[in-house]
Every structure is written in C-alpha cells, then in structure tokens.
Ligand binder design. Structure first.
Ligand SMILES: [Zn+2]
Length: 94
C-alpha cells in the first residue's frame, strides 16, 4: 500500500507501464481495477481508498507489496480512476 501524493510519483511507473502491455478494466467493486499484462496474461487487482483524508492505492503484485512504491499496475489504474472520478463529477453524482 502506498500513499498517493503527487502526479510526479506516478510518472516513472506510468512510463514503465507504457513499455509493458497493460490493459486496465474497472471491476464491479467500487474503486477496484483489474490490470492485465497482455504479454504474459498475469492479472492484478488494484484498489484505491481514502483513510484519514489521504488517498492510498494498493496492488496485489509483489512489487506493490514489497517495495512500497507505485508499481506500474497501480499507476495505470490511477490514470483510469482519475478519469472516472472526473466523469462522475461532471454527471453530478459524486
Ligand atoms: Zn502492481
């Protein structure tokens, strides 16, 4: 689990994600995303949550758990999450 503090924090991971072949899907669970690597078919679940007013992200992959850094899955999921959040705001339901 890592705290999401800035866009810069995710920038390098986003670059890594572009190099890989990652595919992000929203799941039926609120704030949960499935990230699939098209090359090796590995899939991880990323979830975002707020605790004490701070935003956090969690990924089920080893990098996300061990290194306490933004892994590439978390980074690409954050991109989709921000787009969806902005869309909800436009519709006026969140
Ligand atoms: Zn990950």
């Amino acid at each position: 689990m890592i705290q999401l503090q800035s866009a810069d924090q995710l920038k390098r991971a986003t670059e890594r994600a572009r190099a890989g072949k990652l595919f992000v899907q929203a799941t039926a669970m609120f704030r949960h995303y499935r990230v699939t690597n098209r090359e090796n078919r590995n899939a991880y679940i990323v979830n975002f949550f707020v605790r004490a007013g701070k935003r956090f992200g969690y990924c089920t992959c080893l990098a996300g758990v061990v290194n306490n850094t933004a892994c590439k899955h978390l980074s690409v999921a954050a991109g989709l999450h921000m787009i969806r959040r902005a869309a909800r705001r436009v519709r006026g339901d969140g």
